[in-house]
Design a protein around this ligand. Structure first.
Ligand SMILES: [Zn+2]
Ligand SMILES: [Zn+2]
Ligand SMILES: [Zn+2]
Length: 279
């Protein structure tokens, strides 16, 4: 399996689009891995997770052709993850396919995502060759040949999901956006050893545990998943989805290198835009 991170920032991106703080200035000056678009990912170049406001440019940069994506699973309805308005550009006049626009784009998520997608497409799903399927938490689905299981987490005022994704004997957990998982989700993961686990690290050095996490909470989740047999020494752990708020520590700017100095001894790597992991 290959996981490609298209964007790795929280809602305001990095540099923050209206921000002039010390960290955002550092990010601007350094460029490269310090620049972060809004979060999203693609598995094996075909199964997309979330559809951010930056998905057009982040996909172009990574060599992903959006018209070839057939399935998008949404974590929740926040606009940095569910930029449903851009789905209308699949409509006639906005795009021309070689031949017919007959390949549907299938989208999946909770009821809040359904409401946002339906409103954005003005209920004319066929016009845009898009459909939406509501998926229930803790019920595995076959989506494009992947076994995808939404798991409930505490984030936003909705039944936000993180995803357990399996194919060909490989298993990964995409854990965004969320605080420390709820007990039911930890219990569901017991014994399901993952090859890769990607955890929300919006608050960086801070100790946030609810709604979002900081790195100290990532360590707590890792320990619990190890104890539950959902991870072992070979599992790849990634901290992902960063806000400038968590990277402008009082005593230093947590640039990629600085964050890695903190994270590496604990067996974590920091995501960056365009990062690909094969496992
Ligand atoms: Zn987010
Ligand atoms: Zn800033
Ligand atoms: Zn969110």
């Amino acid at each position: 399996m290959e996981l490609l991170y298209l964007g790795t920032a929280a809602a305001e991106a990095i540099p923050g689009m209206f921000c002039d703080c010390r960290f955002c200035k550092t990010a601007k000056a350094l460029g490269g891995k310090e620049y972060r678009m809004r979060s999203g990912a693609v598995i094996n170049g075909e199964l997309m997770i979330d559809f951010s406001p930056d998905v057009h440019i982040s996909s172009e940069k990574a060599g992903i052709e959006l018209r070839k994506i057939k399935n998008i699973i949404f974590t929740h309805s926040h606009p940095d993850h569910c930029n449903a308005a851009d789905l209308q550009y699949r409509g006639y006049g906005y795009c021309y396919f070689d031949g017919q626009l007959d390949d549907k784009l299938h989208t999946y998520g909770n009821r809040a995502v359904e409401a946002v997608v339906t409103r954005a497409l003005k209920e004319k799903y066929d016009k845009y060759s898009v459909d939406f399927t509501y998926i229930e938490p803790y019920v595995p689905q076959d989506i494009g040949g992947y076994t995808v299981t939404p798991l409930s987490v505490f984030h936003a005022n909705e039944d936000a999901y993180i995803y357990l994704i399996e194919k060909d004997g490989k298993r990964m957990l995409y854990g965004h956006d969320t605080g420390i998982f709820i007990d039911k989700t930890f219990e569901y993961l017991a014994g399901k050893r993952c090859d890769l686990i990607s955890l929300d690290c919006t608050m960086g050095y801070q100790s946030a545990e609810t709604g979002h996490m900081g790195f100290p909470a990532n360590l707590k989740v890792k320990e619990r998943l190890m104890n539950l047999g959902a991870a072992d020494k070979r599992t790849i752990f990634v901290s992902h989805h960063f806000s400038h708020n968590g990277l402008r520590a009082p005593d230093c700017d947590l640039t990629y290198d600085k964050f890695m100095e903190m994270a590496k001894p604990h067996g974590f790597i920091m995501s960056y835009d365009g990062m690909k992991i094969e496992f």
